[in-house]
Structures are given as C-alpha cells and as structure tokens.
Design a binder for this molecule. Structure first.
Ligand code: ZN
Length: 497
C-alpha cells in the first residue's frame, strides 16, 4: 500500500553516497487512510489540517461547481507525498507556493507530490484549484451530493466532503472553516457558523460564512437554493440563523413551528449539558426528497419529510443535542458512534419527560419490553456495531437504554455531573466509548465494566430491565408506548439516507 521512494539495501547505500540529507532517508508517503477500523481509506496520514478556506462558484441549472480550497496544515512525519480525499477534477495544486504534481488513486484519493519533501512539523499551505459537476461523481458506487429543483445540498454521514472540497476526511482531523460561495442573484448559499457578509457582483451574490471552532469534515455543510432566512437569539445571546426553502409547500408551517424553537431548545439543552459550545446555531430545510436530518455543526440539516406528519420538536432536540455529543466532542473512530447517537436519542427521552409525554424511564421500559429476547435488535452491540450496523436502530434505542441503565446505576446527581462534565472534558476534541466509561467511573466512583459490557457490547438481551421495578417489562401483553413514542419513532430515519 505504501510505496517507499527509497528502497532498502543497495539503493539506500547509494543515496548516502549522493550526500542526501539524513532526514530524506525517512521521507515517505502519508498513509491513504487515517486508521479508522471501519473505513480504512477515510482521512489520510502524515499531516493535520487546522483551517480550510473554501471559495466556490456554483451554477444551479447545470450543477457546475468551480473553486479553490486552501488548506493550512502541519506535517506529522517526513513527507514525500500525501493524499487528500476528493472527487472533482483538479487543475492545479500548489504546496507552499510551488506547483506540486498530483494524480488520483483508489476510490477518492488525490495524491499530491510536492516539489520538495516536507520535514515533520512543517507548517504547509496547500492550494487546490478544481471544477466539475458533482452529481456525475461517485465513489464505491454512491453519491451523497443531492441536487434540488433550485440548487444542491451537501449533508451526509460519514461522507459528504468529497463532492465539494478536498479534505482530510475524518472527524479526528477537525479544523476551522471559511466557506465562500457565489450563486446567481436571488439564490442563497447556506453553510456553517456566522454569515460574515454578502457581496453582490454582476448577476451573482457571494455568501461568506465562518466557523471559528474546530469542526469535522462531515459536519461541514453547503446548501444552495431559494431560501427564506430568519434570525434571532437564544436567552444567553447565541445568534440563531435558520433557512427554509421557499418551496416547502404544505410542510412549510410544520417545519417553521419546529425549527423556530431552536433557541428555546438550546436554552433547555444548556441546562442539561452545560454552555452551548459554538458561536452560532440554527437549521435549514431545503427542497429535498431525502428523509433524514443531520447534526451539521451550528446549522442542522432537516429533510422536509421530518415535518410531513406535523411539527416535530423531537428531531430538533436530537440534532441540537449532537452539538454537544458528536460535534463539540466528536468520536475517535466510527466504531464509537454510540457517544453520538446514544446521547442524542437519550436527549429526546429527556425532552419527552420535560413535555410531560413519558419519562426517560418509561421510554426505557418500553424499548426493553417491546423487543423479545430473540429479536435481532439485541444482536447489535451499540458500543461497536460494525460498519454495516453503524446507524442501526439498536445504536439509538438500545444505546439510549444503556444511558438510562447508567443513570440508574450511578444516581441522578452523578449522572447529571457526567452529562455536563463530558463536553467540558473533551471540548472541541475527540473521544471513544472507552473514554466515556473511564470518565463515568471517575465521576461516580463506581466500577462500570459489567454495566457497559451488558448494555453496549453483549449480543444478547440483558436479563434484567434497565428499569428498576419496570412493571411494563414483566407484562405478557404488548407494552403500551408512552405518548411521545410516535414522534420519537418518526425521527428514526434520522440518518437513513
Ligand atoms: Zn443522530
């Protein structure tokens, strides 16, 4: 997989004779993957990105995208070459100002060979010029670029960047972003963070967005279309920016009645998880036919279908909870998906309790009782579900059940301290399921290996319900769902694509 430029043995001896500096002996290519156990080619090795400057022009009618992305990075090894993950057509690459050679390999690798090798610990600037029609590009036989009647949307998990900007595409390498997009006049471009300015040119408007806190590539979003933009503030002063397609039709009212409650829900979540971690918040509802929603950082993506059955604040709670659990504290590897989804689902249960539509305990009882022991539901281990089951319903429902089991084990006081302390402990960083267990053990002073093993890792139904005295779990008849269940269930295709 890794081609060494300098072969061992005779060739190495020859290089010494040529008096190549000692460091050149260990110049080698960066790995084509960052080391994720589920997705071996996602992300790359050899460097760490600190900032992306993405400057684009997009034509909705033809889906033509052209632009320049500038990456600021630091090398983490002596590098002879390195990869970015990208699918569009590249016309030029420069590294530290000088033209670099480039080629493509694998499903989504852009291999860049700088004119001179880069020593470990060097600050580098990489400029990539490109163009293309994103909807014509695919990797592994799929595309996550969604064209809409009035534009396009990039919002998917775990991959969405390949179709619009070159990146080190893995949550382990977070960076800050400036995203600038020129679109035809009358069309809007939505992205993460704050709208710094809009600049009008002949027939076009350029939208300049800024995300000033570390952000994962899959949480970086772009939507182009005809939007109505609303603004407000949370009680603590965080600016709220929401955007609604002008063509939501019958779903328009229900979408606004849900997403316009963003400020209220952020205030409520702040009471549970601590201060909101970013400089802006909001969501957008484009004119798509997809069914899911996604926790894109500071600007949540909602499919109109989430509101087809009426308003649904539960999905807003889920995606905003991710701003703490998933965005602020991101997973280390995709196998750690429970530290995102277990808690976002559990937040929906807490919201149900808040709204008087069933307590978290009642919801836990219901989930436990409604899946008999022979149900395949129990064969999925939320703590390491495997790439094919990464977004299985068990990661959500069994995952939230595990959170309730933890709450029962350590008591409300320690549980609340864990929920508030965790985002602070790993702020703007990455963590694993094992890190969470260690943290919960430290805060509660209780050994939790058996509890985590039972609820997150064993492929069988736990013998005792998470609920202490869970009457519903013992009944022979079908369990009765709490009032909130239907709304929570309606959010199940949250990542279903
Ligand atoms: Zn989620």
């Amino acid at each position: 997989m890794h081609r060494r430029l300098i072969a061992p043995g005779a060739l190495a001896a020859a290089s010494l004779l040529l008096a190549i500096p000692a460091s050149a002996a260990d110049d080698r290519p960066g790995a084509p993957g960052i080391g994720d156990s589920y997705y071996p080619y996602y992300g790359n090795g050899g460097y760490d990105v600190s900032h992306y400057d993405i400057r684009l022009t997009y034509r909705p009618q033809t889906d033509e995208l052209e632009g320049t992305t500038t990456l600021l990075a630091t090398t983490t090894q002596n590098l002879s070459r390195f990869d970015l993950d990208f699918l569009l057509d590249v016309s030029e690459v420069r590294v530290n100002g000088a033209k670099a050679a480039f080629t493509t390999s694998g499903q989504h690798e852009l291999e860049i060979t700088p004119a001179r090798a880069l020593p470990k610990g060097t600050a580098i600037t990489v400029v990539v010029r490109y163009s293309g029609v994103p909807s014509t590009k695919s990797a592994y036989g799929f595309s996550t670029w969604h064209r809409t009647p009035d534009g396009a949307v990039a919002a998917d998990e775990p991959e969405s960047a390949w179709w619009w900007f070159p990146s080190n595409d893995h949550p382990l390498d977070k960076a800050t972003y400036d995203v600038s997009v020129a679109v035809p006049q009358g069309t809007q471009a939505i992205s993460n963070g704050t709208l710094q300015s809009t600049v009008s040119g002949p027939g076009t408007t350029r939208y300049n967005w800024r995300s000033d806190k570390p952000q994962a590539t899959y949480l970086t979003t772009l939507a182009i279309g005809r939007f109505d933009i609303t603004t407000g503030r949370t009680s603590s002063g965080v600016p709220v920016v929401n955007a609604y397609s002008k063509d939501l039709g019958a779903d328009d009212g229900a979408a606004r009645a849900s997403v316009e409650r963003t400020g209220e829900i952020v205030d409520w979540l702040t009471g549970r998880f601590g201060p909101y971690p970013f400089n802006s918040v909001g969501g957008y509802v484009p004119d798509t036919t997809t069914g899911y929603a996604l926790e894109t950082q500071t600007r949540v993506y909602y499919s109109p279908r989430q509101f087809a059955g009426g308003s649904n604040t539960s999905v807003v709670v889920h995606e905003l909870a991710h701003q703490w659990f998933g965005d602020d504290v991101s997973l280390k590897g995709w196998k750690d998906i429970w530290i995102n989804e277990g808690f976002a689902r559990y937040a929906q249960w807490l919201w149900s309790e808040h709204e008087g539509e069933g307590t978290a305990q009642e919801l836990a009882d219901y989930v436990y009782a409604s899946h008999p022991a022979e149900d395949a539901f129990w064969t999925v281990a939320p703590g390491d579900p495997g790439p094919d089951n990464q977004f299985d319903i068990a990661v959500y429902d069994r995952g939230a059940l595990a959170v309730q089991a933890l709450r029962n084990e350590i008591g409300d006081e320690a549980f609340s301290a864990v929920l508030k302390g965790w985002p602070k402990k790993h702020a703007y960083g990455n963590a694993s399921v094992a890190d969470f267990r260690a943290y919960a053990e430290k805060v509660s002073g209780k050994p939790l290996a058996e509890l985590f093993d039972t609820w997150l890792f064993r492929p069988t139904k736990p013998a005792a319900p998470a609920a202490q005295g869970a009457a519903v779990a013992q009944r022979a008849t079908a369990p009765v769902p709490p009032k909130s269940w239907k709304r929570i269930e309606a959010t199940n295709d949250v990542h279903g694509g």
